[in-house]
Design a binder for this molecule. Structure first.
Ligand SMILES: Cc1cc2nc3c(=O)[nH]c(=O)nc-3n(C[C@H](O)[C@H](O)[C@H](O)COP(=O)(O)OP(=O)(O)OC[C@H]3O[C@@H](n4cnc5c(N)ncnc54)[C@H](O)[C@@H]3O)c2cc1C
Length: 387
C-alpha cells in the first residue's frame, strides 16, 4: 500500500497570509506544508501598493474610526520585524519608502486640518513646513499642504522572497481541492497528484477561499469581492509616495500613489484610492484618460508625455460585510479548518496571532512528509507583467 503523506498543518494559498503563517507556525515547531496554485504573491499581495499604514486614511472624515484604531500599531510592529525582531524577523526585506505623505490640493477642510493637529492623532500625522516637503512637492506651482504619516511602503517582492526562502522545501504548486466527510469536516486535500491529510487545514487563499468554502454545504462563511481598476504608468518619473486628498472626495484619498523601481531604471507609478474604486466600470482607455487628467491637475509641473500606461483589474477578497471594508482581520475555525483573510497586508501579524490562538495542536517538532509535487516559486508584479 502506498504511504499517504501527512502533515500537522496544511496551508492553502501562497500570498502574504499563507507565507507569513508558514513561517510563524514552522518556527513554532509544527510540521507545515503550503500549497499554491500559481505563483507566490502573484494575486492580491503583488497587486497591493505595499503600504504598511497606521489607518489615517480611514480618518479623513476628521475623526478616528474602529478601522483607523485597529491598525494604528501596525507600522511599529512591522518596523520591529524589519529590524530583525518583532513577531517575525524580516531581515533583508527593504522598504521602498520609510515615509508616506498626504497632501491636499489646497481645499482640505478646516475640520480635517484641526483634527490632524489634534491630540488623538499625535505621532501619526505631522504637518510639514514647506522647507521639509519631499522633492515631489518642491515646486512653486504646488499650493497645498503636506503631512507626513507614520506609514511606510514595503517592497512586496522582497517580502515574498524572504518569507519563501526558509521554507522553500515545504511549498508546493497545486490547485488544492478539499475532500470533506458527510458532516462537512475536511478529511484531506486532493492535490491532483494524490491526497494530503493534515490535523489542521488553513484556508488563506484570498479569492480562492470562496471555492474552497463552497465544498462545505451550507458554509457559515461567505466571501465578498470588492473590485478595483488600478492604474500604472511607467517612465522617467520622480519618487511619489502620497495620498492626494481634497474636499472633492471628502473621506477617501482621491488618488493613492506608490512608486516601484524597474530593472531598466524607469519607475512605475501605481495609482489606487478613489480613482481605482470609481473606475471599475470604465474601459481601460477611459480609466487611463481620467488618471492622466487627475495627475495633470495635481502635478502640472511633471511631464507625463512619454509615459507608458496600463491598468490592472483586481478584486479585494474579504468576509462578506455588505460590500464595506471589514475593520479587522478575519479568522474563523470550523472543525479542523481555519478560514482567514487579513483584509490588509498591514494586518497580517494580527491575523497570525488569531490563527495561532485557534490552533489546538502541540508542535510535533518534525518535518512534514515530502510531496511529489513541483515547488511553487515567487510570481511577478503587475508592472513586470504589463510593461
Ligand atoms: C489593488 C490593491 C491594493 C492594496 N494595497 C494595499 C496596501 O497598500 N496595504 C495593505 O495593507 N493592503 C493592501 N491591499 C490588501 C492586501 O493586498 C491583501 O489584504 C493581501 O495581499 C491578501 O493576502 P492573501 O495572502 O490573503 O491573499 P492573496 O495575496 O490573494 O493570495 C492568495 C493565494 O491563494 C492562491 N490560491 C487560491 N486558490 C487556491 C487553491 N485552491 N489552491 C492553492 N492556492 C490557491 C492564489 O493563487 C493566491 O496566490 C491591497 C489590495 C489590492 C487588491
Amino acid at each position: 500500500m502506498t504511504h499517504q503523506p501527512h502533515t500537522q498543518i496544511a496551508i492553502i494559498g501562497g500570498g502574504i497570509s499563507g507565507l507569513w503563517l508558514l513561517n510563524v507556525l514552522g518556527n513554532l515547531g509544527y510540521s507545515v506544508v503550503l500549497l499554491e496554485q500559481e505563483a507566490l504573491g502573484q494575486a492580491q499581495t503583488f497587486a497591493s501598493q505595499g503600504m504598511i499604514h497606521g489607518g489615517i486614511k480611514y480618518a479623513l472624515g476628521g475623526f478616528t474610526t474602529p478601522a483607523s484604531e485597529s491598525i494604528a500599531s501596525m507600522p511599529e510592529t512591522w518596523r520591529q520585524c524589519l529590524a530583525g525582531g518583532g513577531p517575525l524577523p524580516l531581515t533583508g526585506v527593504n522598504t521602498l519608502s520609510d515615509a508616506y505623505y498626504l497632501f491636499s490640493d489646497g481645499s482640505l477642510g478646516s475640520k480635517v486640518t484641526a483634527f490632524f493637529g489634534s491630540k488623538s492623532v499625535r505621532g501619526r500625522v505631522t504637518p510639514l513646513a514647506p522647507s521639509n516637503y519631499p522633492a515631489l512637492f518642491a515646486n512653486p506651482q504646488f499650493s497645498g499642504s503636506v503631512y507626513q504619516l507614520q506609514d511606510m511602503v514595503i517592497d512586496t517582492p522582497a517580502l515574498v522572497n524572504a518569507l519563501a526562502a526558509p521554507y522553500q522545501a515545504h511549498i508546493y504548486q497545486c490547485q488544492a481541492k478539499l475532500i470533506r466527510s458527510l458532516t462537512g469536516e475536511v478529511t484531506g486535500i486532493d492535490t491532483g497528484h494524490g491526497i494530503l491529510t493534515a490535523d489542521c487545514y488553513i484556508l488563506s487563499a484570498g479569492t480562492g477561499n470562496a471555492e474552497l468554502l463552497a465544498s462545505d454545504n451550507p458554509s457559515s462563511i461567505a466571501m465578498q469581492r470588492r473590485p478595483l481598476q488600478q492604474v500604472m504608468l511607467k517612465g522617467h518619473l520622480p519618487q511619489a509616495y502620497a495620498h492626494g486628498v481634497s474636499l472633492r472626495t471628502a473621506a477617501k484619498p482621491r488618488v493613492t500613489i506608490t512608486t516601484h523601481p524597474c530593472e531598466d531604471g524607469d519607475n512605475v507609478w501605481y495609482l489606487g484610492g478613489q480613482l481605482a474604486e470609481d473606475g471599475i466600470d470604465r474601459s481601460e482607455g477611459a480609466q487611463i484618460d481620467i488618471a492622466r487628467r487627475e495627475l495633470n491637475d495635481l502635478f502640472p509641473w511633471i511631464d507625463l508625455g512619454a509615459a507608458d500606461w496600463a491598468t490592472l483589474r483586481v478584486d479585494r477578497a474579504e468576509p462578506a460585510n455588505d460590500l464595506q471594508r471589514p475593520d479587522s482581520p478575519f479568522c474563523q475555525r470550523s472543525h479542523n479548518t481555519i478560514t482567514c483573510w487579513p483584509i490588509k497586508l498591514t494586518l497580517t501579524p494580527m491575523l497570525a496571532d488569531q490563527v495561532c490562538a485557534a490552533i489546538d495542536l502541540k508542535p510535533a517538532g518534525c518535518a512534514a512528509d515530502p510531496l511529489s509535487l513541483s515547488p511553487a516559486k515567487p510570481g511577478k508584479t503587475p508592472w513586470a507583467l504589463a510593461f
